[in-house]
Design a protein around this ligand. Structure first.
Ligand SMILES: Nc1ncnc2c1ncn2[C@@H]1O[C@H](COP(=O)(O)OP(=O)(O)O)[C@@H](O)[C@H]1O
Ligand SMILES: CC(=O)OP(=O)(O)O
Ligand SMILES: [Mg+2]
Length: 394
């Protein structure tokens, strides 16, 4: 029997695909990455059972990338047992992974305003796949699910309590599927049970967040009601004074919609550098003396260090500081600068290990230093396992 499951992980600037043969086999049959979507030079690369690399038409978005991937894979995607989708915001409606039917799709649509860069494209993926793969079960796996255990002190804002009771205004936390995977994987590498691990984890991709994990469970996270709060990201501002919104209305006459769009799409690394939301581009530009790139990377690193320090409030001890996500896994100089910016903690990195992204355990720190690790995430693997589990249970 064909047991293959396709996973679709729509990020804000990319789509990652993975096709798994069965639940016991962790290595996917194929993986694919469509990146720089809606930016210059979007591209698609497929590896494994099918090999392909090429540019997508200029300014291609998520829909074009999805259709191109399905078209290139052809018969490999026949007789799928299920499709697992990353969905960023589950709000107060979804607390765990869910099989998606018409009714759930409608409930999901109400959450789009809470994650404007993500939920609409997550929905698009679900709708498109329901249309193209008729009868194949579709599962939604939520970024917010792992953060159901946030402490009350961490999830409440200092606003009228009835906003929480009546309007679900609270901090949710995102990238939870990634944190769930990284906690398990870090525990395995440390030879410990997840329940015995206290960790600070930074997921640094195009969207960036950090989380405090106490006894294997998320107790605080930098993202809030929406994925705009917290760290400086590719194009998102992270923490700001909400008074800024009124200020921009008065000083430039910006409408609420215009300011929100600027904060989501033209801020962060992109806004600070005036150059790009992409860390690779910024590191290369900084090396050539680009002042905006230097500035953006410096603020980025400082904010991660400051967030780590704040999250440490929730932990009695720290077994490891863990980096994951595109930047966290690959940008050695960024990791080094983040840890140097957290001045109270005397981290000493092994520069050789940092440059090759860790030893077999993922360790990049020297013996005697607080432990720092690089642990590559696999949201796709986690989504596939949830999908298999839900299909088997139904
Ligand atoms: N080798 C690298 N060095 C520095 N940054 C990198 C490298 N590879 C990827 N990145 C950065 O990772 C970010 C994308 O992370 P990723 O987790 O793939 O994104 P998304 O949030 O869209 O899933 C980009 O800023 C990219 O520049
Ligand atoms: C929640 C979020 O920011 O996701 P991504 O990193 O994929 O943009
Ligand atoms: Mg991502």
């Amino acid at each position: 029997m064909n047991q293959s499951v396709l996973v679709i992980n729509c990020g804000s600037s990319s789509i990652k695909f993975a096709l798994y043969a069965n639940p016991a086999e962790p290595a996917p049959l194929l993986t694919a990455l469509a990146e720089r979507l809606n930016e210059h030079q979007p591209s698609l690369r497929i590896k494994g059972a099918i090999e392909y690399q090429g540019d997508l038409p200029a300014d291609s978005g998520h829909k074009a990338a999805l259709l191109s991937f399905i078209d290139r894979c052809g018969s490999v995607l026949q007789n799928l047992q299920g499709i697992g989708h990353r969905v960023v915001h589950g709000g107060e409606l979804f607390h765990a992974s869910t099989l998606i039917d018409d009714e759930q799709l409608q409930r999901l649509a109400t959450l789009s305003p809470l994650a404007p860069l993500h939920n609409p494209i997550n929905l698009l993926g679900l709708e498109l796949c329901r249309e193209l793969f008729t009868g194949v079960p579709q599962v939604a796996v939520f970024d917010t699910a792992f953060h159901q255990t946030l402490s009350e002190s961490a999830y409440l804002y200092g606003v009228p309590y009835e906003w929480y009771e009546q309007d679900a205004v609270r901090r949710y936390g995102f990238h939870g599927t990634s944190y769930r995977y990284v906690v398990q994987e870090t525990a395995r590498r440390l030879n410990k049970a997840a329940e015995d691990c206290n960790l600070l984890i930074a997921h640094l991709g195009n969207g960036c967040s950090a989380s405090a994990v106490l006894c294997g469970r998320s107790v605080d996270s930098s993202m809030g009601l929406t994925p705009l709060e917290g760290l400086v990201m590719g194009s998102r501002c992270g923490d700001i004074d909400p008074g800024l919104i009124e200020h921009m209305q008065r000083s430039r006459g910006l409408t609420l919609e215009q300011t929100m769009s600027e904060l989501n799409r033209n801020s962060g690394l992109k806004g600070l550098s005036g150059l790009s939301n992409d860390m690779r581009t910024l590191l290369a530009a900084e090396a050539e003396g680009h002042e905006g790139a230097r500035r953006a990377i410096q603020v980025f690193c400082f904010r991660v260090a400051r967030q780590f320090s704040a999250l440490a409030t929730s932990l009695p001890t720290i077994d490891a500081v863990v980096f994951t996500g595109g930047i966290g896994e690959h940008a050695a100089p960024v990791r080094q600068r983040i840890l140097a910016a957290w001045r109270l903690m005397n981290f000493r990195l092994d520069s050789e290990l940092n440059n090759r992204h860790g030893d077999e355990q993922g360790r990049i720190s020297q013996p005697g230093s607080p432990l720092v690790m690089v642990v590559p995430t696999s949201e796709e693997r986690m989504i596939a396992l949830d999908t298999y589990q839900l299909i088997a249970a139904n």
